[in-house]
Design a protein around this ligand. Structure first.
Ligand code: CTP
Length: 405
C-alpha cells in the first residue's frame, strides 16, 4: 500500500478535523438534540458556528448552543453586518438539524427572509438536512414536492425515523440521532472515488436450522461487512448489503436484504449480482455445514443426538459461473497465522482478493471493533497493523482502487 493511499484513508476518517460547520437550527422539539450534535461535531475536530431561527429560540437557548459549540451563536440577520454572506462563505458544510417543514419549503423556493434562509441562498457547498416534524406534515403532498425539489439540487437528507413523536402520536418524523447526522455529514464530505461501482456486500453469520427452534451458527457480528458497506456508500458506490442476523443498525442509503440461512444468502447473492455488478465482497461468515435434514417439528429429547451435516454450497463459486464476473473479494478467517492457507483458498475459489485474519490474535476477530488483516491479491500482500474495522474497510477499497488503476 502506498503512503499516499494511507494518508488518504486517515484523512477520510478525520474528515471533520479543522472543517467549519454552519449548523442551522430551526423551531422543532428535536432542537434539544442539536446541543448534542454541536458537541459531537466539535469532538470530531470541526469548528461549529450556529445560526438559529427565531422559532428555534423557543426550544433551546442561544447560550446552550454557545456553550456546546464554543462559538458565537447567530440568531438574526442584523447580529453582524453581512453575516448571511460571511458565515456561508467560510463554511465547508451546512447542516440543518432539525429542519422543519417551513425551512424546507423556504429553501426549496428560494425564500430568504431571515438569517438561515439567506445563508442557504448564498451558499454553494454541501448541505445536509435532518427533517423533523409530525408524520402528517411529513407525508403531506406539498411538503413531499418541496423536499424532492430540494434533494434534486444535491442537498443530502438524513432521517427522519419512525417512532413515538413529541405530539404523542406514532409515525415517521423523528429527527435522526446526532451520531447518524455526524456520520452523514462525514459521508457527504468524502471523496467519491468509488463512484460508478455497483457492489454486493455480504455480512454476518448464517443460521442452519436443526428444527423450528434450534440452529447452529457462528460468532460473526457483521461488524466488518457493515463497515465495508458504509465505506463503499460514503465513497460513492451503490451498495446492496446482504446480511445474516445481526444486532447492528442497518446503514442508511444502501439496499438491504436480511437473510438467515446459507441457502437464503446464496439465493439473495445470485439475485443481487447482476451483469453490471462490479464487485462482490463476501464478508459473511457463511456456515460451511448445514444439517442434512431439518426436522419440521421440534426434535424430541430421547437421549444423545447424532445429526448428520452436509457441506453447504459455495456462494463465491456459484457467482463465478455466471457470464461477466464481478471483482471478487473474500475473507479468510483462520485460527493461526496461516497465510498460505488463505492464498490457497484464493486460488481454489478464484477470488481476486482475499482478506486474511487470524481470529485468535489480539484486536482481531469476532464482535470487536478492530481487526488485524493481511490483504492478499494477485499482485502481492499488504500487511496492516491493528486498526478499526472502518479503517480496514477503507484500506481494502484503497487497494482495490490501486489495482484497478
Ligand atoms: N464462502 C462462500 N460460501 C460458503 C462458505 C464460504 O462464499 N458456503 C466465502 C466466505 O464468505 C469467505 C470465503 O468464502 O469470503 C472463505 O470462507 P471460509 O469459510 O474461510 O473458507 P472455506 O473455503 O469455507 O474453508 P475452511 O472452512 O476450510 O476454512
Amino acid at each position: 500500500m502506498t503512503s499516499s493511499s494511507l494518508r488518504k484513508r486517515k484523512k477520510r476518517l478525520r474528515i471533520l478535523k479543522n472543517k467549519r460547520v454552519l449548523l442551522g437550527i430551526t423551531g422543532g422539539i428535536a432542537a434539544y438534540k442539536s446541543i448534542d450534535l454541536a458537541r459531537r461535531l466539535g469532538d470530531e475536530g470541526a469548528s461549529v458556528v450556529v445560526a438559529m431561527t427565531e422559532a428555534a429560540k423557543q426550544f433551546v437557548t442561544p447560550l446552550s448552543l454557545e456553550v456546546a459549540s464554543q462559538n458565537k451563536v447567530y440568531t438574526s440577520l442584523f447580529d453582524e453586518p453581512m453575516a448571511h454572506i460571511s458565515l456561508p462563505s467560510s463554511a465547508d458544510v451546512m447542516v440543518i438539524a432539525p429542519a422543519t417543514a417551513d425551512i424546507i419549503a423556504k429553501f426549496a423556493h428560494g425564500i430568504a427572509d431571515d438569517l438561515l434562509s439567506t445563508c442557504f441562498l448564498s451558499y454553494s457547498g454541501k448541505v445536509v438536512i435532518a427533517p423533523s416534524m409530525n408524520w402528517r406534515m411529513y407525508e403531506n403532498r406539498i411538503f413531499g414536492e418541496n423536499l424532492r425539489k430540494l434533494l434534486s439540487t444535491g442537498v443530502v437528507q438524513v432521517g427522519p425515523e419512525r417512532g413515538d413523536l413529541a405530539c404523542g402520536e406514532e409515525g415517521i418524523g423523528r429527527m435522526a440521532e446526532p451520531a447518524e447526522i455526524v456520520e452523514t455529514v462525514m459521508s457527504a464530505l468524502t471523496e467519491k472515488d468509488l463512484a460508478g461501482e455497483k457492489m454486493v456486500i455480504t455480512a454476518g453469520p448464517t443460521r442452519e436450522y436443526l428444527d423450528p427452534v434450534r440452529f447452529i451458527s457462528n460468532r460473526s457480528s457483521g461488524k466488518m461487512g457493515y463497515a465495508l458497506a458504509r465505506a463503499a456508500r460514503d465513497r460513492g458506490a451503490s451498495v446492496i448489503l446482504i446480511s445474516g442476523p445481526s444486532y447492528l443498525k442497518k446503514p442508511q442509503g444502501v439496499g438491504f436484504v436480511g437473510v438467515e440461512t446459507s441457502a437464503q444468502m446464496m439465493k439473495s447473492v445470485k439475485q443481487s449480482v447482476q451483469g453490471d455488478t462490479t464487485v462482490l465482497v463476501m464478508a459473511a461468515a457463511v456456515a460451511d455445514f448445514s444439517p442434512a435434514v431439518t426436522s419440521r417439528t421440534k426434535i424430541e429429547k430421547t437421549g444423545d443426538l447424532n445429526i448428520p451435516f452436509r457441506q453447504t454450497e459455495d456462494i463465491i463459486s456459484s457467482v463465478l459461473g455466471a457470464g461477466k464476473r464481478p471483482y471478487i473479494i473474500g475473507f479468510a478467517a483462520e485460527t493461526g497465522n496461516n497465510i498460505a492457507r488463505a492464498q490457497k483458498k484464493m486460488k481454489v475459489k478464484n477470488m481476486d482478493m482475499v482478506v486474511f485474519n487470524d481470529v485468535t490474535e489480539a484486536g482481531a476477530g469476532f464482535d470487536v471493533d478492530t481487526n488485524k488483516v493481511v490483504i492478499i491479491d494477485r499482485k502481492g500482500k499488504t500487511r496492516l497493523e491493528v486498526m478499526s474495522k472502518d479503517s480496514v474497510a477503507d484500506a481494502i477499497f484503497d487497494r482495490f482502487i490501486e489495482i484497478k488503476a
